[in-house]
Design a binder for this molecule. Sequence first.
Ligand SMILES: [Zn+2]
Length: 358
Amino acid sequence: MHVFHNPVRTVAGLGALAALPELLGERRAVLLTFGEAGALGLVELLRLRVGDRLAAVIDCITPNPDLADLELLYPQVWQHRAEVVIALGGGSVIDSAKAMLVGTPSGQFHEIRRLLRDGERFVPPAVRRLIAVPTTAGTGSEVTPWATVWDREQQRKHSLHLPETWPEAAIVDPVLMRSLPDAVTLQSGLDALSHALEAIWNRNANPVSDALALAAARSILVTLPALLRAPDDMALREAMAIAALQAGLAFSNTRTALAHSLSYPMTLRFGLPHGIACSFTLPLVARLAIGRNAERDAVLAQALGPLASAPQRLERFLEDLGVRTQFAAYGVDEAGAQAMLEAALQGDRGRNFIGAPA
Ligand SMILES: [Zn+2]
């Protein structure tokens, strides 16, 4: 028996932003976004759709949100009368928005900090709903309940996850991704590829997540290099956006696995962008996954082709896109890499990997 559950209403494709007024209805919203969204014209595109239902625009979200950033942001968001938070941006914006949804008894961020650090639960006195509007094709955060929250003070990474942190709706419109710099197209695209493969070499995989992950992986392996050669090709942008959404839906039910578990120390210690940190080890993780389980091998072969040479092909795919696939290239020696691998297998996400110790 298999269960697949995803409560996010998803509107995707060229022009999908047109669905925003209906999704918002008569409610008021605070828009959370990144600094350049205004200059890129993205805020205006939204404002045209929702007019004075926009209570405020907060455009200070930076990559890899830290507890300290969210603590400052929290009262800014809650001071406005609004039932909805609209997140317009990449994974960092959508994850920051998730941390803003739950009201706290004190009205401050302290209770959420204690929840993340010590698992201390509380009953939210109020909750806001999230409409996620990704401007990158990769994160999948628009269809998952998890927010990655960094804690540089304690050198840790938390995953915020509450019943209230599922987005209510996701609008995936490739028009909003047209101005993405190539480096971000690459990083977010590789994040999506990682989500797809991680959903396959995963103990929680099921036939529904497999179908989504397979469609995503097969598309990304062809679409991403083509899109990087022709960044203005809107058909390719749309294909990449749909593939990233499929990968997000797949891992919304399986969670991620070893490549993501390995990525967190690489981001925390070496500042590696998430999309590179969670994809440069894909050939290594593929080698560890292949041969573990005949059923998983069959699905992996559909994603990657003949398995005997699949890790080498993945390596070539990444190197051709300019991504180095050895730890040494990032300043981690062999002993350091081995220690990181062992720790990652014990990690929360690492234990989802089919090759992790039982
Ligand atoms: Zn990821």
